[in-house]
Design a protein around this ligand. Sequence first.
Ligand SMILES: *Cc1c(COP(=O)(O)O)cnc(C)c1O
Length: 460
Amino acid sequence: MAKIPHRLTLTEDQMPTQWYNMRADMKSLPDPMLNPATMKPIKKEDLYPIFCEELAAQEMDDRTAFFDIPGEVLDIYKMYRPSPLTRAYDLERYLDTPAHIYFKFEGNNTSGSHKLNSAVPQAYYAKKQGLKGLTTETGAGQWGTALAEACAFFHIPLTVFMVKGSYEQKPYRREIIRTFGADVVASPSDTTEVGRAILAANPGTSGSLGCAISEAIEKATKNAGYRYVLGSVLNQVVLHQSIIGLEAKIAMDMIDEYPDIVIGCAGGGSNLAGLIAPFMRDKLRGEKNPYFIAVEPASCPSMTRGRYAYDFCDTGKVTPLAKMYTLGSGFIPSPNHAGGLRYHGMSPILSKLYHDGYLDEARSYEQSKVFEAAVTFAKVETILPAPESSHAIRCAMDEAIKCRETGEAKTILFGLTGTGYFDMAAYQSYNDGTMTDYIPTDEDLAPGFASLPKVSGIQE
Ligand SMILES: *Cc1c(COP(=O)(O)O)cnc(C)c1O
């Protein structure tokens, strides 16, 4: 067989034209979202005040395996996709491993991450429904940037509630969002009732994703013609992100490779779910048995130390309840450097797959180990990785080192979700040797668990 090229990029004609919905092949489905007022499963219509109709339909659809990607969405995808699948020859050589290491790189667009894959369809469906505007939250800033890009394209006004810590630490990220025409508000803010309440209870807070979500939802539900959009966790986002895995699978088929191990970092779970989607399909259908690993920060260990329980998706407790791995919506993670992985919960689809053993393993790393891998990767593969993505790099390197020890030539695929240009304060602290690792004790986690809602008959 010919030598496998360093970078495999599909042609536009080879790109997938449908998204894949893992729920259609799951033998046991995620538990339904509950309406917090009635504790009954929500209906599609219950979601209309929050989400636009087409997205509410995608959110609730457990049956349709493949959804056509609208032509307008595909046209924008083609401005920055297909994304390359790279064989990490130099990393393999550096690690002296017989493993074949591949990564799917999603950082080749201005938002610098995979988030644009869902921002584009969410803005598109909002436009199609004739909405007046959108609201959202952003933590590290990648989602806010991606959505601002997509809203600029479709001429939709956007307000972004940005976690205050990031708003202050990442002025240039904030400025890109403004350049695309969106308003940026530091959260918690005094522009919403929930923000004022959080500020009153906790005046010095640097905010959290959960707070920012509550504020964005309040603004959307109080303004006619506005809807809220979220960049992770939701079933619709997982669906859109399947483009990552579908492209990766087509490219790997072309070179007769199939991953033994698939690895992704997990914040709300969307990139990991998207990357594994077509491979999980094979596993759910009993055709193949790849090993899936979710990687999270030791400072925000939703899967490795969280509970599988019904919880709110936000701190202000205004969202429906979702059954997921969670640290409790009251959990405010320590300010580690991987802002995109600081979420208390996890995609209900991934949570269910993990609970049922289809997602094989969740693993956590302290940030100094993650940055050590990031710096190695930057030197040998010439890409400056995002701190979030570097969790997957760390894990892939460790798996490749195991292969060196056992002599097994496993095929490893990991998701390189984005670039780290706005994370130079984090790199600086690593380079200066001042980076510290924070691992919460069980006592630190207790208040978050105590904040879990009681759902009678289901969860006391
Ligand atoms: C947001 C983000 C993540 C985590 O989000 P998921 O929904 O878990 O994929 C990971 N990497 C980057 C670069 C991000 O921006």
